[in-house]
Design a protein around this ligand. Structure first.
Ligand code: AMP
Ligand code: TRP
Length: 329
């Protein structure tokens, strides 16, 4: 079975866009791949964090991934800092990455260009740590969004460089970019992505939103004056976004079928159907979330995950240190 590895950097509350665009796919990947999923808490602190908020985000992130169907029996789920080899190999990777390469990474460059001050050294060397995260486990694939592709390419370059210099140390992984990953748009401004940086809070449905609040957001979603349920993102972005949500939450039901069902009906009926589907999904996730929080599942998952991951990570780190000539015995 091919191996897949992914790191999740929880930087806020998870929302419906995250669920449809990312979490749902992770759950599906478990059937096809030997999955390694870790919570990238070392990466979180490359920007300033409020300690209490960070801890809550990390906890909720694990709980929600489990609630959405990530299965600790089939996937190896762990916290990055529970496997110390990440930081250690991260440092070694940093010593094998050129500053010229780090200077080219767009994520850092963008922040710098925006004039953000007090950027940390950790943020600058972040891609070297990410290379270590990946190369410790010899995965075949790394599923990432478009914004992270450059980091996986850097990982490949550094892996090839070290393989060339020290002999075969690492498998060179492939990035896996979701094909046409549904892009869920803001409910209040359907020309923009649904995102946690939504100031009005009307356009974004959080997975832990009370059901009546979620329903209200759908019912007041921005539409148009055409009055037909038709998939046309250009001219009917609001309606098309709601159709995308409904389709994704009902086994990728074809748009034509949805158009047919709502032909001759008003937007009110259509929105109610979308709200029902969203609320049914949220209710299931939230019930499971509450059960998980009341149990010791998070603790046992992270403990067992770290144990499993540590075996591979320790073996890899030792192989690398030996090859470099860093070990004495
Ligand atoms: P972020 O919340 O931006 O860190 O993204 C985490 C994951 O969720 C990434 O894989 C994104 O591609 C996915 N994602 C975030 N927002 C959306 C959205 N509005 N629609 C679809 N996928 C999204
Ligand atoms: N950098 C990724 C992000 O911002 C998170 C991440 C850290 C990651 N290490 C990784 C993703 C290793 C894939 C593989 O989302």
């Amino acid at each position: 079975m091919a191996r897949m590895l992914s790191g999740i950097k929880p930087t806020g509350q998870l929302h419906l866009g995250n669920y449809i665009g990312a979490l749902k796919h992770f759950v599906e990947y478990q059937d096809e791949y030997d999955m390694f999923t870790f919570i990238a808490n070392l990466h979180c602190i490359t920007v300033p964090q409020d300690p209490q908020e960070l801890q809550k985000n990390l906890h909720d992130c694990v709980a929600l991934y489990l609630a959405c169907g990530l299965d600790p029996k089939r996937s190896t789920i762990f916290l990055q800092t529970d496997v110390k080899e990440h930081a250690q190999l991260g440092y070694i990777m940093c010593c094998h990455t050129y500053m010229g390469e780090l200077n080219r990474m767009t994520q850092f460059k963008d922040k710098q260009a925006k004039g953000e001050t007090n950027l940390s050294g950790g943020l600058y060397t972040y891609p070297a740590l990410m290379a270590a995260d990946i190369l410790l486990y010899d995965p075949d694939y790394v599923p990432v969004g478009e914004d992270q592709k450059q980091h996986v390419e850097l990982t490949r370059d550094v892996a090839e460089r070290m393989n060339h210099r020290y002999g075969d140390l690492f498998k060179v992984p492939e990035p896996l970019i979701a094909k046409v990953g549904a892009r869920i748009m803001s409910l209040s401004d359907p020309d923009r992505k649904m995102s946690k940086s939504d100031e009005t809070n009307k356009g974004c449905i959080y997975l832990l939103d009370p059901l009546n609040a979620a329903r209200k957001k759908i019912m007041s979603a921005k539409t148009d004056s055409l009055g037909v349920v038709h998939y046309d993102p250009e001219n009917q972005p609001g309606i098309s976004n709601l159709m995308q949500i409904l389709s994704s939450l009902s086994n990728d039901r074809p748009f034509a079928e949805i158009e047919q069902e709502f032909a001759g009906k008003g937007y009110g009926d259509f929105k109610r159907a979308v709200a029902d589907a969203v609320c049914a999904t949220l209710e299931q996730i939230q019930n499971r979330y509450a059960e998980i929080c009341a149990s010791d599942l998070i603790e046992t998952t992270l403990k067992e995950g770290a144990e499993r991951a540590s075996v591979l990570a320790a073996e890899k780190l030792s192989k690398v240190q030996k090859a470099i000539g860093m070990e004495i015995l």
